[in-house]
Design a protein around this ligand. Sequence first.
Ligand code: HEM
Length: 506
Amino acid sequence: MASLGYYEILIVLGVMCFFLLSFWGIVNGLPWNWPLVGMLPDLLLHVRRFHDRCTDVLGRTGGTFLIKGPWFADMDMLGTVDPANIHYIMSDNFSNFPKGPQFMKIFDILGDGVFNSDGDLWRNQRKLARLQISHQRFHQCLVKTSQDKVEKGLIPILEHVSIHGLVVDLQDLFQRFTFDTTFFLVTGYDPCCLSSQLPDVPFSKAMDEVGEAIFHRHVVPKCIWKFQRWLGIGPEEKLSKACKTLDCIIGKYIMTKRDELSRGIKMEEQEDGVDLLTSYLKEDEMEGLKCDDKFLRDTILNFMIAGRDTTSSALTWFIWLVSTHPIVEAKIREELKDAMPTKEANKWRLFSVEEVGKLVYLHSALCESLRLYPPVPFQHKEPLQPDILPSGHRVHPKMKVMFSLYAMGRLKFIWGEDCFEFKPERWISERGIIKHEPSYKFLAFNAGPRTCLGKEVAFTQMKVVATTIIHNYHVEVVKGHHVAPNVSLILYMKNGLMVRVTKKWS
Ligand code: HEM
């Protein structure tokens, strides 16, 4: 030791500190706040299992934990799953917790759409979108599209793979299903992504690239992604190309629809209902919003982002859970049998939107799946003014508040000791009807004034697909296939869902 100089001693002490603090981190399980870099090393170390790490840390800290970012990066974030805090932020003090300017910058590709706006701009768009979605003509369009896509898109592929004993990625099929149906609901055109050739669809691919780049913007300091954008490298390069693709395709659809409408094509409201673009184009101005090309571009993209990935992610996890829980599967089949005339019970059959709307056990199983695997696994907000949350934690405008929806479904103090179990019964009351769980506890569709506008659309689509598969096919996950969540804005399975399907009835 005598031969060590001053600097060597400092280095040795530094290394000892590092190991001691890391050891302390292992012992108490919480991220260590390092000088200069804050908790960034922990975030990067656990980035591949980000959702489980959130569950772990928030579980150990009673539901709220301050994540310190590097000193130079304005990345401090209060993580919370405390239902009282969520209720306060989403509803009671909604006006102090907008999405905020950081959100707008990260999601700049969404323009001024409903997802990406605050204040009056958001309020007017939401009012308009709600009016359109709740209209009878939109509902008709939803019924027609969902049933057509199942019959002409999904079933032919399932038939083909079942006859030839092929392995198929159900996640890919569901993504194609919701891409086609959402695109049709929004624009009135069917891109036919779910067809036997399983074609590459540039719009869909561009949306995947946008998702990856936006997630990247969440984990690296702002100055880094901005620098990458300036240089045009890495995920930012892909994002910029993807944006051009999306703008170009959306622009063409808007132009074609304008042209069709001006020539009187499809102007009449048909029995099949009307898509959003047609409804918007019929008016020059609605709710104080000018329906120009920029507005229509932002609206189409926002709805595609809202509807495509969320519903297909939910369907993928649901079918996997059901296929690996035979008792739940049997109960759903029983409920389906009870819902149809006895002579039809052991035959091939599809279910109408009206029929699936009455199925209580199926609904409870879908909610249970959304609790464990929420398609939007986390969200964040920025306080406008300093505030104190019901848990006693202080927040201020330079920090974000982050909710882990994934962690929320897996904490004993929220859902009880059996929170990790897939148990649809927890959603059914003693009277045999669906038990209401407050949205600040079951946050899958958001809570308060920004609650998801497409919840009923999503349930309808999921039920039509789920009943078709569960009644008519047996789904078996390929042996050795590893099912695990990815880490991104949408909770997908990182290796897809590789299955074999066999037909139940000849
Ligand atoms: C299982 C499927 C779905 C889930 C889990 C889901 C979940 C969510 C969540 C968590 C939000 C809040 C996001 C945020 O504020 O950052 C949201 C907002 C929204 N969702 Fe959904 N969604 C689903 C399907 C759909 C569908 C099919 C549509 C449309 C057809 C839709 C339309 C919207 C819209 C327009 C918003 C923005 C609401 C606002 O900010 O006022 N969603 N959704």
